[in-house]
Ligand binder design. Structure first.
Ligand code: GDP
Ligand code: MG
Length: 317
C-alpha cells in the first residue's frame, strides 16, 4: 500500500516544520490509521537524533510539575522539546489528563514546545506502540529532547526503559513504604531517583532509604544512581536534576551504552515489524481457509484441536 498524494503532502509539511501537520500525523497514529506503517517508513530516515527522557512514578508525585520546569529550562536554551504524557487515568474519574493539559498549556503557543496527552482508551496493543510512533514523529520533526511521562502501575511504567535513554523515577514522602514501591520493579529501571515534595516532612528519610537500597543493589554499569531532592512546587533542585540528566547522557555516550540501547531498540522494532506483517498475512489467509468450518469440527468432537491447527497451518506455511 502506498501513500496518497495528500498523505505525502502532510508528511512534507511536517518535515518542513509545520506544527499542525505534526499534530495531524500524531492523531492518525493514535487512531491506528491504515497508512501508519507507510508514514513511519517515510519519516524513518529523519529519525534517530532525539534524546529521550522517561519520567515515572506514582500519581500525584509531581511528575508533570517537574516536566513543566524542565520545559522552561530547555526553552531558555533554545531547544525544541516534545512531551508525551501517558496517563491511563480515565478523564471521567481522574481529572489528571485535564490537569496536565491545563498546566502544560503555558507552553501551548510556544513554537519550540509540543505536548501530547495519551489516554489508554482505544489503544489497541498497548500504549507503548503509539508512544513509540509519536516519538518517531517528534524526532523527525526535529525535536531534540523528548520527555515521556508515565503514571500508574505495572507494565506501562516498566516499559519506559525500552523507550527512554534516561529513566527518572519520582517518589514522594507520602508514596508509602519505600520497599513496596521499589519491589514493584522501579529499582531496576531508575537511572536517576528523585524525591520530590522535599518541602514536606519525611523527604530526607525517604531519600536516605533509597540511597541505602541503591548502594546495596547489584549494578551492571559504572553509573552511580543519584538520589536527588526536589521541590517542583518551590522550583528547588531543578538545576540539579537537569545536570544529572546531562551527566547520564554523557556517561552513556562515553561508554557506548547509548548506541547499545539504540541498537537493541532497532532489533526489537525489526522483529516486531516482521511479526506484525506475518500476523496480518495469517489473518488474511485464515479468513480464506474457512477456519470456522474446521473449528466447528473441533467443537463437535470430530477433530482434536492439535490436529486441526496442524491442518490449517500446513496450508499456510
Ligand atoms: N508540596 C508540594 N507539592 C507539589 C510539588 N510538586 C508538585 N506538587 C503538587 O502535587 C500535585 C500533583 O502534581 P502533578 O505534577 O500533577 O503530579 P503527577 O501526577 O505526578 O504528574 C499538584 O497539586 C502539584 O502542585 C512539590 O514539590 N511540593
Ligand atoms: Mg502528571
Amino acid at each position: 500500500m502506498s501513500l496518497t498524494k495528500r498523505e505525502n503532502e502532510l508528511i512534507d509539511k511536517m518535515l518542513s516544520g509545520d506544527r499542525i501537520a505534526l499534530a495531524r500525523l500524531i492523531t492518525l497514529v493514535e487512531s491506528r490509521y491504515n497508512s501508519v506503517p507507510e508514514i513511519l517508513k517515510r519519516i524513518n530516515p529523519k529519525t534517530g537524533k532525539a534524546y529521550i527522557i522517561g519520567i515515572t512514578g506514582p500519581p500525584g508525585a509531581g511528575k508533570s510539575t517537574l516536566v513543566n520546569e524542565q520545559i522552561q529550562s530547555y526553552k531558555k536554551d533554545g531547544k525544541k522539546v516534545g512531551v508525551i504524557a501517558v496517563d491511563p487515568s480515565s478523564p471521567f474519574t481522574g481529572g489528571a489528563v485535564l490537569g496536565d493539559r491545563i498546566r502544560m498549556q503555558d507552553h501551548a503557543l510556544d513554537e519550540n514546545v509540543f505536548i501530547r496527552s495519551l489516554g489508554s482508551r482505544g489503544s489497541h496493543g498497548g500504549l507503548s506502540r503509539a508512544t513509540k510512533e509519536i516519538i518517531k514523529l517528534y524526532d523527525a520533526f526535529g525535536i531534540e529532547i523528548i520527555i515521556i511521562e508515565t503514571v500508574g502501575v505495572g507494565q506501562t511504567e516498566l516499559d519506559i526503559i525500552k523507550l527512554a535513554d534516561t529513566v527518572i523515577v519520582v517518589l514522594v514522602p507520602e508514596s508509602g513504604d519505600v520497599v513496596q514501591t521499589l519491589k514493584a520493579g522501579l529499582m531496576e529501571i531508575a537511572d536517576i531517583f528523585i524525591v520530590n515534595k522535599a518541602d514536606r516532612e519525611g523527604a530526607d528519610t525517604l531519600s536516605k532509604e533509597i540511597q541505602g537500597m541503591v548502594s546495596l543493589s547489584p549494578r551492571d554499569s559504572q553509573w552511580d544512581i543519584p538520589v536527588l531532592l526536589t521541590s517542583a512546587y518551590e522550583k528547588r533542585g531543578i538545576k540539579g536534576m537537569l545536570k544529572e540528566i546531562n551527566r547520564h547522557r554523557s556517561f552513556q555516550i562515553k561508554t557506548n551504552l547509548l548506541n547499545k540501547k539504540r541498537e537493541k531498540r532497532i532489533e526489537e522494532e525489526f522483529s516486531q515489524i516482521i511479526l506484525e506483517v506475518l500476523e496480518h498475512k495469517i489473518h488474511e489467509k485464515l479468513d480464506d481457509l474457512e477456519v470456522g468450518r474446521v473449528l466447528n469440527m473441533v467443537k463437535e468432537g470430530k477433530l482434536d484441536p492439535y490436529e486441526a491447527a496442524e491442518q490449517v497451518l500446513s496450508r499456510i506455511l
